[in-house]
Write a protein that binds this ligand. Structure first.
Ligand code: MG
Length: 360
């Protein structure tokens, strides 16, 4: 597998509704599209960086690291596979989303060369995965009720709501009362401090599937303290960057579940390492998303076909995007499942007209 060209294309894609988390409000999604040409085949992937709000990477740093460091270490070289890519970028410290964007494109290229669906190459077997929706923070509880109601009617297998300190208890209480049987979880995006541990502990009575990343990424001890006080499992997202973090969390008792996002950990290869570490440490897993476009989500879908146990944050193209980048949109059936395409690689093609429409 020889990489002959890598191009980084900034895109700005309008969202149907603004999406709000504890770290910001987004009316459009700005991502980097990465185009890789190798062995005469063209493939695309996506770098779903936010500003420096989710992690330290930004569109500018990702573009810089890809073009000035990652590309020179692989261009024109004969790579045996995605593992070879990981070895080539070991000297580049950090910047997992920049690395992942190129690495995932190479997985697609590799799978296309082998004429196999990517999900099969990753070890997945299920031809479909359940869909879970992530709902942003809303202006009022009534607005949130409407969104949850719509998600239930559309058939989603579970609902996640974003929360922040102060309002969290009232919001969860209200949603739980209105939807007593709903598979429900919350995500705080590292918005709480250790001094707010009591507010989080009070969530224990609502029968949530899990509480995702309440404290900052490196605060394993506060997570362990909270987990000791509650029955609801804690799930780490921002806090897990590699398999070593999984082992640390397991030893300290910081979490029982890990949200695996391939872009957060440096690509699909590192995501498989995190997955295996979770299995060894008996931590549950599921696949999270970063409000990627349908292109980025096609890669996540392939990774979600592994046996994870919990419903991923994966939804159809139409959930948030005004229009997709892929020729064939990701669709959800009435049972709340997303079907994996059977073609080679991610099994979907990027529409060049959509790229032109959203190019910055
Ligand atoms: Mg999260």
């Amino acid at each position: 597998m020889r990489v002959d060209l890598v191009e980084v294309i900034p895109l700005s894609i309008p969202l149907k509704d603004p999406f709000e988390t504890s770290f910001g409000r987004f009316a459009k999604r700005e991502v980097l599209l990465v185009r890789v040409v190798g062995d005469g085949t063209e493939t695309y992937s996506e770098c779903p960086v936010f500003g420096p709000f989710y992690s330290y990477e930004t569109p500018t740093t990702a573009r810089h690291v890809i073009l000035d460091y990652i590309v020179p270490s692989i261009l024109g070289r004969d790579l045996k596979g995605p593992d070879d890519f990981q070895r080539a970028v070991v000297p580049i410290k950090g910047h997992p989303m920049a690395k992942a964007a190129v690495e995932m494109a190479l997985w697609d290229l590799w799978a296309r060369e082998k004429e196999k669906p990517l999900y099969r190459l990753l070890g997945g077997e299920a031809p479909r995965v359940p869909a879970g929706i992530s709902l942003g923070i809303t202006g009022s509880v009534e607005e949130l009720f409407d969104r949850v109601q719509r998600a239930v009617e559309e058939g989603y297998r579970r609902v996640k709501i974003k929360v922040r300190p102060g309002k969290c208890l009232g919001v969860v209480d209200a949603v739980r009362e209105r939807f007593p049987e709903l598979p429900l979880m919350v995500d705080a995006n590292a918005g709480f401090g250790p001094e707010q541990i009591s507010e989080l502990a009070s969530l224990d009575r609502f029968g949530l599937l899990m509480i995702e990343q309440p404290f900052p990424a490196d605060d394993f001890l506060s997570h362990a303290e909270l987990q000791r006080r509650i029955v609801t499992p804690i799930c780490l997202d921002e806090g897990v960057g590699c398999a070593a973090h999984v082992r640390l969390a397991a030893r300290l008792g910081s979490a029982r579940i890990v949200n695996i996002k391939p872009p957060r950990v440096g690509g699909l290869g590192p995501a498989l390492e995190v997955y295996r570490a979770c299995r060894e440490e008996r931590l549950g897993t599921w696949v999270g998303s970063m409000l990627e476009t349908d292109l980025g989500r096609a890669y996540l879908l392939a990774f979600a076909a592994l046996d994870h146990g919990f419903v991923p944050d994966l939804f159809p193209t139409e959930a948030y995007q005004v229009a997709g980048l892929l020729r064939t949109p990701i669709e959800m059936d009435r049972d709340g499942y997303l079907r994996l395409p059977s073609g080679p690689g991610i099994g979907a093609e990027v529409d060049p007209r959509a790229v032109e429409r959203y190019r910055v």
